[in-house]
Design a protein around this ligand. Structure first.
Ligand SMILES: Cc1cc2nc3c(=O)[nH]c(=O)nc-3n(C[C@H](O)[C@H](O)[C@H](O)COP(=O)(O)O)c2cc1C
Length: 253
């Protein structure tokens, strides 16, 4: 097959993936087969976790919603300056925090919508400049609204930059957010229909990160250009049952 033919064939199958072609197909999902529901969020791997505040008094700038929408943009240049832990807490809560539990643990309700309330994402952070936190990779625990430290690679900035296809500016903010997908959370309910909606779900998370960053005097930039293997390794996820789908640096602007 020539490269042209390969690209044409991939384009066709990728377009098919974008369509709702499975809508009429009889597919019995694991939920319909009454298989056990996967956990709503990945449990902590560390014993020690840092509980974050949900008191956001003083974190938000006086800014009206219309201005926020008009001023939203992608930021690739950041001023020096740390985020406070409360500001980071607000960004985590407003993107993936849990505001309620539906049924007997059937679903988590969060500030963003998600198909079937499956919320198939985990949030990881490369922390560079956040008051009260050492540099390193952290994982957000949405049910407890807390953070756990994962690792502190010696060359964190360089690794983040390499993982994001050498977009060096993306390691020069206060923190770089990484979103992984845990696909089975959504596959359990939607089987082969889940993959298209998981990517739609991710967009909502990112828009909240943009708007929330602006609301605290910071900027963000969505990043979909990353090196899958390097990014997965950086976060210590297996690349099969969990893998990176989106990233964004956040910093003062
Ligand atoms: C899904 C997605 C992926 C993106 N990936 C990158 C990226 O890898 N690098 C980058 O510099 N900008 C990236 N961007 C930012 C876009 O370039 C930006 O949103 C666009 O230029 C419009 O600018 P604005 O956000 O300031 O309105 C991405 C945006 C989206 C929504």
């Amino acid at each position: 097959m020539s490269q042209e033919e390969i690209i044409r064939s991939w384009t066709e199958s990728n377009r098919k993936f974008m369509k709702s072609d499975f809508a009429d197909m009889e597919v019995e999902s694991d939920q319909q087969k009454k298989l056990p529901q996967p956990p709503l969020a990945k449990p902590a791997v560390r014993e020690e976790t840092l509980l974050l505040t949900k008191d956001f008094t003083g974190v938000l700038k006086e800014v009206n919603y219309l201005t926020l929408l008009e001023q939203r943009k992608s930021s690739r240049v950041f001023k020096e300056g740390s985020l406070t832990l409360d500001e980071l807490s607000f960004l985590l809560w407003s993107t993936q925090g849990v505001t309620g539990i539906r049924g007997k643990g059937y679903a988590a309700i969060r500030p963003v919508p998600s198909a079937g309330a499956r919320h198939p994402f985990e949030t990881y952070l490369a922390i560079f400049h956040v008051e009260g936190l050492e540099k390193g990779i952290y994982h957000y625990l949405p049910l407890e609204h807390s953070l756990e430290w994962i690792s502190t690679p010696f060359d964190l900035e360089e690794l983040v930059s390499i993982s994001l296809c050498d977009q060096e500016w993306a390691a020069k903010g206060a923190a770089t957010f990484f979103y992984t997908a845990v696909p089975y959370r959504s596959e359990w309910r939607y089987s082969v229909r889940s993959h298209r909606v998981m990517l739609l779900d991710a967009g909502h998370v990112m828009q909240n990160l943009y708007l929330s960053s602006h609301a605290i005097g910071c900027g963000a930039c969505a990043i979909a250009a990353f090196n899958q293997e390097v990014a997965d390794r950086l976060l210590q996820v297996d690349g099969q049952e969990e893998f990176v789908v989106y990233a964004a640096p956040v910093g003062r602007i």
